[in-house]
Design a protein around this ligand. Structure first.
Ligand code: NAD
Length: 279
């Protein structure tokens, strides 16, 4: 392996320390309110970790568990109650929701200034105009990782694989603001057999697909930065989307999975919350 490891944890620790200091300096106690509808064991353990992180920073964490058979109108009413509570700075609606509830529609009821995940259309619109204070956490995590390498993105060939609303699309906007030359690949690129051709050009490669070993080591450009957002369970291991060992021989920086993007996202959610708590 010749690539340096691009780890999320040290960056997360630095940001956490900055957030603690900011909370103390401003003398505030931000409140994060999280809603879970129905039974979801995976989400509950994630929420416990979120609560622990919040409290370690001086943020109050409220957890609301609603019944599986909660109707859309009852959920809207509940969200509006949290919207109207001046003590609450941020609201998270845990996905997935039960099948009878339209998640996209429900998220739109969260006030944009309390939408700490940055997915309300008003916040995505601000991202387009480079005016966003609240940035979708995973995309922001990728930008932090790139920034920690001190590589200037200006004019660089950056290839993003995956065009989801939570990762690929917001990331493309953030990269364009840095005047990178951005290519977004997706399933259509692969189906036409064009993925390798685009990847070989990538000075920075970001992959957010969810398919283990999709990205072959030899496709990775020598000296590039490789950020693997993918999380896949293979047997008892968690792996990304990139053939790590082969890619690490060619890249100059590469994120481990786990340990790259993952540890940063929850911290950046808290940064969004502190931003929301600004008068
Ligand atoms: P998604 O599942 O919504 O979309 C997948 C994307 O991959 C689409 O753009 C699709 O066109 C593309 N795709 C599918 N097959 C492809 C192929 N063969 N070749 C090229 N592109 C292909 O994406 P998502 O919700 O952004 O999640 C992607 C991955 O990132 C998942 O593994 C998810 O678990 C992970 N993820 C990690 C974090 C984190 O904090 N580390 C956060 C969000 C998502």
């Amino acid at each position: 392996m010749s690539a340096k490891l691009l780890e999320g944890r040290p960056i997360a620790e630095r940001i956490k320390q900055e957030l603690r200091l900011e909370i103390q300096r401003r003398g505030i106690q931000p409140v994060l309110s999280s809603i879970l509808v129905g039974e979801n064991g995976g989400a509950e353990s994630y929420l416990r970790a979120q609560k622990k992180l919040s409290e370690s920073l001086g943020i109050s964490y409220q957890f609301h568990k609603l019944n599986t058979d909660t109707s859309e109108s009852a959920l809207i009413e509940f969200i509006q109650k949290l919207n109207n509570d001046k003590k609450i700075n941020g609201i998270i609606l845990q996905m997935p929701l039960p099948a009878h509830i339209d998640g996209r529609k429900m998220s739109n009821y969260i006030l944009p200034e309390k939408d700490v995940e940055g997915m309300h259309p008003a916040n995505i619109g601000k991202l387009l105009f480079n005016q966003a204070k609240i940035i979708p956490c995973t995309a922001a995590a990728v930008m932090e990782l790139i920034s920690s390498t001190s590589v200037d993105l200006y004019g660089k060939d950056v290839v993003v694989v995956g065009h989801s609303e939570i990762v690929g699309k917001p990331l493309a906007l953030l990269l364009l603001e840095k005047l990178a030359t951005v290519t977004v690949c997706h399933i259509g690129t692969s189906k036409r057999g064009k993925l390798e051709e685009h990847l070989r050009r990538a000075e920075v490669l970001i992959v957010a697909v969810g398919k283990p070993n999709l990205i072959k080591g030899p496709w990775v450009r020598e000296g590039s930065i490789v950020i693997d957002v993918g999380i896949n369970r293979v047997g008892d291991k968690i792996v990304g989307d990139v053939e790590f060992d082969q890619a690490a021989k060619r890249a100059s920086w590469i994120t481990p999975v786990p340990g790259g993007v993952g540890p940063l996202t929850a911290t950046l959610l808290m940064r969004n919350l502190i931003e929301s708590a600004k008068p």
